[in-house]
Each structure stands twice: as C-alpha cells, then as structure tokens.
Design a protein around this ligand. Structure first.
Ligand code: BTN
Length: 256
C-alpha cells in the first residue's frame, strides 16, 4: 500500500486533499490561488519541481525535479493558532523527517530545519488578509525539504545538505510527505485546541544546538546582538543582550 494510503487515519484535515503536479512555478502561489477561490482548509499542493520556488526574504528556493519535497498546505487558522503556526510547521517538518528517514533533525528559529549542522529544510508561511478588516483569511504553509543532493546556489552550498547526503541511502518522498502531513495535522490540532505549550516544548527539545548561541539582528537604526535563550509562548525569540532580555519577533537573525 502507498505511504499516504497507509497513513490515511492520521492525515486529519489533509486526508483526500492532496494534489500532485509534475511542475509548477511555486506550490505556495498555486495553493494561495486555490485558497482565494475558496478551497477547503487542508488542501495540499505538491510538485515534483518548481520553476520559481521561493524562499524567505525574497530569496529563491532551488527546486530541481525530484531533488526535494516541495509542498504547500492551505490552512484557515483561528486567531489562537496564528502566533505559533510557523513554529508548529518547523516542528512538524523535523518530526516528519525523523519518522520517515530516522534522522534526528533540529530546528532553528524561526523555522529552519537542520541536520548535522546544515540546513535541510525551510518553511515559508504566507498569510492573506485581503478581505475583511485585516482578519486573516488563510495561511499557506510551504515547506521545502532537500531530499537528494543538488546543485545549491553558491552562497548556500556550504550550509545546505539533503537527507540522502546525510544518510547515505535513498529516502522515500511519498513516505516523507505522509509523515510530514501527519505531524502537521497533529501539531495544528494542538494549536487549535489550545495546546501551544506542547508545541513550544517540542520545538525547544529540538533546539538544543541553537539555544545559548550568539545572534545578531537588524533593529530599526541599529544592529543588535546577544545570546539566544528560548522562545516564548508567542513564538518570539528571547535573547539576552547587554541591555537586558529582548524579544525578536520578525526579520532575519544571523547566528554568529
Ligand atoms: C526558506 O527560505 O527557508 C523557505 C523555503 C521554502 C520553500 C518551499 S518549497 C514549497 C513552497 N513553495 C515555494 O515557492 N516555497 C516553499
């Protein structure tokens, strides 16, 4: 039986909602267009390749055919689920990797996933509030997981890796998709039902390699730095600085 069929009972909102494409520009864009047209929560868009895969901060995401898992989900989160959504997605990617490939994956704030010190996956969550007075209509949660070694852009080549490069064996992308979606369904349910503390604990347990390290970030008019201590219940990074503890809520932090 196919991994997705075997996992059917654990797929929750994603069950029977998965669409596979040979290639698309960006699964996030396709999922967002579907969300605008009113598809139900839980729609999943997966592509074998992306011609214009997007990363955070306007970067591109290398998406050659078959080299990665490129997947986007449409969520319509209640208010209480919003603050920790990307944190939950990072945890779900790490849990999916562990369940499907047996590789321990770490998380790095806000939502990168690392294996053996190199980035193996990233998340791009994009919210739409295009209609009623700023209320969030939907969030597209996109995840890119490097499965096979590929020609990564030069600027990230020494910081990126893939599951197969780390494991020295092949990884079943169908199983990886199934386990990621099962983990995301469960973590999203945690948020919907007010168990954000469980999500934060799961994230913290995978963040040991990051907590205690120095970080730098750009604040309005200044570059700040300090030591990453934890995340709080809103998903903000808590940093010890010379001026006392600070919360970093957005933007890019550099790990130094
Ligand atoms: C990052 O910069 O770390 C986030 C990368 C997110 C890439 C994924 S691949 C599937 C989805 N579609 C996109 O265009 N981007 C996300």
């Amino acid at each position: 039986m196919e991994p997705l069929a075997r996992a059917a009972d654990r797929l929750g909102i994603f069950r029977d909602q998965i669409l596979w494409y040979a290639e698309t520009a960006s699964t996030n864009d396709l999922a967002a267009a579907m969300a605008e047209r009113g598809v139900p929560e839980g729609r999943v868009v997966v592509a074998n390749a992306q011609s214009a895969g997007r990363g955070r901060h306007g970067r591109s995401w290398a998406s050659p055919p078959g080299a990665g898992l490129y997947v986007s989900t449409v969520l319509r989160p209640p208010e209480r689920a919003l603050p920790l959504l990307t944190i939950a997605a990072g945890v779900a990617v790490a849990e999916g990797i562990q369940a499907a490939a047996g590789l321990t994956a770490d998380v790095k704030w806000p939502n990168d996933v690392y294996a053996h010190g190199r980035k193996v996956a990233g998340i791009l969550a994009e919210a739409s509030s295009s209609h009623a007075a700023g209320a969030i209509q939907h969030v597209v949660v996109g995840a890119g997981i490097n499965v096979m070694p590929a020609a990564y852009p030069a600027e990230i080549a020494n910081r990126a890796t893939s599951l197969e490069a780390e494991l020295g064996r092949t990884v079943d992308r169908g199983l990886l998709l199934a386990e990621y979606l099962c983990a995301l369904a469960a973590r999203y349910l945690d948020l919907q039902e007010g168990r954000g503390d469980a999500v934060v604990r799961a994230w913290r347990a995978r963040a040991a390699s990051m907590l205690g390290r120095r970080v730098q970030w750009d604040a309005p008019g200044a570059t700040r730095d300090g030591v990453a201590l934890d995340i709080d219940e809103t998903g903000a990074l808590v940093v010890r600085t010379a001026a006392g503890p600070m919360r970093v809520t957005a933007g890019e932090v550099r790990w130094v």
